[in-house]
Design a protein around this ligand. Structure first.
Ligand SMILES: NC(=O)c1ccc[n+]([C@@H]2O[C@H](COP(=O)([O-])OP(=O)(O)OC[C@H]3O[C@@H](n4cnc5c(N)ncnc54)[C@H](OP(=O)(O)O)[C@@H]3O)[C@@H](O)[C@H]2O)c1
Length: 268
């Protein structure tokens, strides 16, 4: 059966890469799109892809009212994301959330609505398979190695620090354990800030310099041995596409809220 999708943010950097991929698959049909600046046009006119003939609406509410869909895909901005997701659930659509910046409290509200409406919500902070594996391998390492530090690299222009990937990594590791410190931070002699920031039980150091895109090193240390796991992101949105399509195909297989692509992958 074809899965009908409404894609909010279909004209954006990430959303347009997903839309162009949807034009090439048979089991998913893009039936509507959301973008304020292109409202009233067809997506084919904006993305120059004749297979994407879906109409563009200015708001998620208009798109969901005009055309029924099975899955609503949220790829806009944090200020409208929660309200879009709640509207989609009221309209009985399953929801995939790619937009970053929603809080745990937002997700609690979304979980309640998903259960009330008997629909699935899959929220994925990073759809790239290599990031999913970075998280998984780091969680396994943290079970065996009690000390680690995280180094977050990005370009000099990046305003937020640390990156969303590092925030999510630190948060996930905190569910395994907190990294131990041989010398407590308050016992540091010299400049304490050089030891980085304590975030969710990890020491995090952010580097912002021209020449970097986005990378992360997580270094696990034991006496006389070290393990470094490194992830590097490129500049295109292509790494997020396969994970997004997988999320669309899997979100109707459960009711309630799941977070992370690994929650629908068999990584055992
Ligand atoms: N989970 C992941 O793997 C992943 C990967 C990449 C990005 N992201 C996140 O995804 C989000 C989008 O990133 P992006 O780089 O693609 O942004 P972007 O290039 O600015 O695109 C945003 C899209 O949303 C639409 N939009 C924005 N505000 C809107 C509003 N109030 N109402 C309706 N449409 C609105 C924009 O169209 P108009 O301006 O015409 O309205 C555009 O189509 C961000 O939160 C980003 O951090 C997540």
């Amino acid at each position: 059966m074809t899965i009908r999708v409404c894609l909010a943010g279909a004209t954006g950097w990430a959303g347009s890469a997903v839309a162009l991929a949807l034009a090439k698959v048979d089991d998913i049909k893009l039936v509507s799109a959301v973008s304020r600046t292109h409202a009233g046009k067809k997506l084919s006119d904006v993305l120059s892809e004749p297979n994407l003939d879906s109409p563009i609406f200015a708001t998620a509410k208009e798109a969901l009212s005009a055309t029924p869909c099975d899955v609503f895909f949220e790829f806009t901005k944090p200020d409208v994301a929660k309200s879009n997701v709640l509207t989609a659930l009221e309209k009985k659509a399953h929801v995939v959330v790619g937009t970053s910046g929603l809080t745990d409290a937002d997700y609690e509200e979304i979980r309640v609505s998903a259960e009330k409406n008997q629909r699935g919500v899959l929220a994925v902070g990073n759809f790239a398979l290599t990031v999913v594996l970075l998280q998984k391998f780091s969680e396994i390492a943290a079970k065996f190695i009690p000390q680690w530090e995280i180094i977050d690299y990005a370009s000099d222009a990046k305003k937020d620090s640390p990156s969303g990937t590092v925030l999510e990594l630190a948060n996930r590791l905190s569910q395994v354990r907190h990294s131990e410190l041989t010398v407590p931070l308050e016992g540091t002699q010299g400049v304490k800030e050089t030891r980085g920031a304590r975030m969710s039980g990890s020491q995090v150091h952010s580097v912002r310099l021209p020449g970097y895109t986005i990378s992360v090193d997580i270094i696990f240390g034991m006496p006389d041995q070290k393990l470094t796991i490194r992830h590097d992101s490129g500049t295109s949105a292509q790494p997020y596409v396969d994970g997004s399509l997988l999320a669309i195909r899997k979100v109707n297989t459960f009711v309630g809220l799941r977070r992370g692509l690994d929650s629908v992958l068999d990584l055992s």
